[in-house]
Ligand binder design. Structure first.
Ligand code: CUA
Length: 365
């Protein structure tokens, strides 16, 4: 009956009912408290009104047990809210390990989605029912916010780092997607739909319209930008090998360590001097301005895909100097040295501090 003007969105994800229960509990507690306070105001105003002009208050103190009750009871209710909310927060912020990754790019004023199989879509997102989906999200310009009311998911999408979101849809159908952060003139038009499909239908949908997967596209870009001239698949390049890197804890210069997650890879591509891998020179140029958000995601998808592969010994660990970045500016590194941009100078030069063998690994059958 209220289908046209729903008072409350559908509960279509695995956490929706938990979130609703918490929400209604808070609304109930706050509503009850407000009701009691308002009723008491009127009751006391009538009961203790001044009946004749020379009446003065008696100065009575309330009994101590009353004070104890109104301190202890709200304390336990509020602590209960805190732990309940914290528990929910952990559910919401920790995607299961087997989640399906989907890359999301927000820009004024549209949502772009990229599936691991290579399918991409705009303002529409197709997902299977009953399977956790993890969103890796970044913005091309300003802050947007990814909001699917039916899933009770709501996360800001930021221009300078990845934010994450996950849900497991439980109801087949079409659900609203909104941008819920004012992001300019057409903010209100930055909307879309999430289509939740039966797994079999989803497979059929996936089989149509696939281009190269993000990892494959990322590999091409990796080669085009000549990343492989330093980051060879064996550990003989000027930069560390990226094989098996993703998800590892890596030592960095200065004695600390960092987890090689999406945000670390992103930072290392855009701001390579921020965290230098232990044993390597700070010679990597920035790729800020040379790759956009979608290309960045593809590069990261490729590096992630290297994690799954076993290291292959290579007789040709470094590509020849022919594939320089076209028009790449000479880049001054953090220690003031100029990077070689001449074609041909792009060969292996193991840094003196490198812990790796300076001799290229040979295939040993
Ligand atoms: Cu994007 Cu509002």
């Amino acid at each position: 009956m209220f289908n046209d003007f729903p008072l409350f969105p559908d509960a279509a994800s695995s956490i929706a009912n938990d979130i609703d229960a918490f929400y209604f509990f808070m609304v109930g507690v706050c509503g009850l408290l407000a009701l009691v306070v308002v009723c008491l105001i009127f009751f006391f105003a009538l009961k203790y009104r001044r009946r004749h002009p020379d009446e003065i208050p008696s100065g009575e103190e309330p009994p101590q047990w009353v004070e104890v009750v109104w301190i202890v009871v709200p304390f336990f209710i509020l602590m209960g809210m805190f732990f309940w909310g914290a528990w929910l927060y952990f559910q919401v912020s920790r995607p299961p390990d087997d989640a399906l990754d989907i890359y999301v790019t927000a820009k004024q004023w549209m949502w772009k989605f990229q599936h691991v199989g290579g399918q991409s879509e705009i303002n529409a997102l197709h997902v299977p029912v009953g399977r956790p989906v993890r969103l890796i999200m970044a913005s091309e310009d300003v802050i947007h916010s990814f909001f699917v009311p039916a899933f009770r998911v709501h996360t800001d999408v930021l221009p300078n780092r990845y934010s994450f979101n996950w849900f497991e849809a439980t109801k087949v159908g079409k659900h609203h997607l909104f941008c819920s952060e004012y992001c300019g003139t057409e903010h209100s038009g930055m909307i879309g739909s999430v289509f939740v499909m039966e797994p079999a239908d989803y497979e059929v949908w996936l089989s149509g319209g696939a281009q190269g997967s993000p990892a494959d596209e990322g590999k091409k870009l990796f080669e085009k930008l000549a990343c492989d001239s330093c980051h060879a698949t064996s550990s003989t390049g000027r930069g560390p090998s990226l094989v098996g890197l993703f998800g590892q804890i890596r030592p960095i210069q200065g004695g600390s360590a960092v987890k090689a997650d999406e945000n670390y890879l992103r930072e290392s591509i855009l701001n390579p001097q921020a965290k230098i891998a232990d044993g390597y020179q700070p010679i990597m140029p920035t790729f800020r301005g040379q790759v956009n958000e979608e290309q960045l995601m593809r590069l990261i998808a490729y590096i992630k895909s290297l994690g799954a592969r076993t290291q292959q010994g290579s007789t040709q660990p470094v590509s020849s100097g022919g594939n320089q970045i076209p028009g790449s500016p000479a880049t001054t590194t953090g220690n003031g040295r100029e990077l070689p941009t001449q074609s041909g100078s792009n060969v292996t030069q193991p840094s003196p501090t490198s812990t790796n063998s300076p001799i290229p690994a040979q295939d040993t059958p």
